[in-house]
Design a protein around this ligand. Structure first.
Ligand SMILES: NC(=O)c1ccc[n+]([C@@H]2O[C@H](COP(=O)([O-])OP(=O)(O)OC[C@H]3O[C@@H](n4cnc5c(N)ncnc54)[C@H](OP(=O)(O)O)[C@@H]3O)[C@@H](O)[C@H]2O)c1
Ligand SMILES: *[C@@H]1O[C@H](CO)[C@@H](O)[C@H](O)[C@H]1NC(C)=O
Length: 342
């Protein structure tokens, strides 16, 4: 007797086409996006910064690991980095995960990590600048910069610059490498955007933790815009708002007081569900996966995404002004003492 076979293939195809017609929204998860964009992710090498467990960088890496050729995860704390690697390997047997120690608060550490990456045999298709310093008390970095500005903007700029040869090695007639900057809708909460005058001259008297964070996030959007322009089609750059997600960043002692004052978290440390549009971590990583791989964005370099769709109209004027973007680029080069040219 002939064995009856279930029509798995046609079942899978019909499921696939129904997902294809589905549009991504605020509730879409990173896994749902990756299922649709699997063809795009396959074979690609991705480097993502800031991948501690319980963060959106980890979730992005975990989901991409199922499809990508190589996922490079990074962290400044090697124990947490190992925990992330083991967690992904446990869940995705056979995943090609490589860990890289990267401390974005220090220029020397960034150079060391970049040298390591540049010695890898593979090109890098997608660089996801996701890491951000904990929002907290005023702190100077070893290079004499304010910690958040250095970790969230200046040093990711340097890291991106140093990795450009690896990104350009992925450029072909049919594929353009991508650089992402994970920004925040909070960028609009500082009306002037990033203050170009204070960037190189941190003043502890005028320091405020969250406004400084939002300034750095404004710098992320401007950097994506300017990188996109300067790369002239050789690299596509984007920024994005992941949404509001209860990650490690909301559980640090230093930021708790401020978060409670803003009403985002309750005095017991739990997220305030009333009036705030919280996303789950899987939903929070979805916009990153769209921005990294959606082919519809090929001709939209420089764009900002929110809730998995292009949302350039949501960029505050001070964070979309091309002149500010150009000035920020030059000031950042001056601070680093080196140019970022193609
Ligand atoms: N969650 C939200 O609601 C929200 C909203 C808007 C934007 N974002 C953005 O989303 C991104 C990810 O944040 P998240 O919410 O997932 O928080 P998170 O879990 O705290 O992620 C931040 C990551 O950056 C790493 N990091 C911190 N300082 C670093 C340094 N000096 N060098 C290298 N890595 C460093 C952290 O490592 P450790 O864990 O080892 O400290 C962590 O892995 C950030 O860019 C954030 O601004 C988040
Ligand atoms: C930038 O900071 C300086 C010094 O604190 C201040 O005088 C100036 O008004 C700020 N500029 C903007 C656009 O906020």
């Amino acid at each position: 007797m002939k064995k009856y076979k279930l029509p798995w293939r046609s079942l899978k195809l019909s499921l696939f086409s129904s997902i294809l017609t589905m549009s991504f929204t605020s509730t879409t998860t990173a896994q749902e996006v990756a299922t649709v964009l699997a063809d795009q992710i396959e074979g690609k090498n991705v480097l993502i910064t800031g991948t501690s467990i319980n963060g959106i960088g980890f979730e992005t890496a975990r989901v991409l690991a199922k499809y990508a050729n190589l996922v490079i995860i990074t962290g400044y704390n090697s124990e947490r980095l190992t925990l992330s690697k083991e967690a992904i390997e446990k869940e995705v047997p056979g995943a090609n995960i490589r860990s890289l120690v990267l401390d974005l608060s220090s220029r020397v550490a960034v150079r060391k990590a970049a040298t390591e990456v540049n010695a890898y045999p593979e090109p890098i298709h997608v660089l996801i600048n996701n890491a951000a310093a904990a929002v907290g008390k005023f702190k100077l970095t070893v290079d004499g910069l304010e910690n958040q500005i250095a970790t969230d903007h200046i040093n990711p700029f340097l890291f991106t610059k140093l990795l450009t040869p690896k990104l350009l090695a992925a450029l072909t007639s049919t594929y353009t490498p991508r650089v992402l900057f994970v920004s925040s809708g909070g960028h609009a909460l500082v009306p002037g955007g990033v203050n170009l005058t204070t960037l190189a001259h941190p003043d502890p008297e005028k320091y405020a933790p969250y406004p400084t964070y939002w300034e750095a996030k404004s710098a992320n959007i401007l950097t994506a815009i300017e990188l996109s322009k300067r790369a002239e089609g050789k690299i596509n750059a984007y920024s994005l708002n992941p949404g509001l997600i209860f990650t490690n960043g909301f559980q640090k002692e230093d930021s708790k007081v401020e978060l409670i004052a803003m009403g985002l978290i309750l005095p017991d440390g739990s997220p305030n569900k009333e009036g705030w549009p919280w996303k789950t971590i899987p939903q929070g990583a979805a916009t990153t996966v769209v921005t990294a791989f959606d082919p519809k964005l090929d001709d939209k370099s420089g764009s900002y995404l929110d809730d998995c769709v292009e949302a350039n109209d949501q960029i505050a004027p001070s964070s979309s002004d091309p002149e500010t973007a150009a000035k920020l680029w030059e000031i950042t080069e001056e601070i680093l003492g080196e140019a970022f040219v193609f």
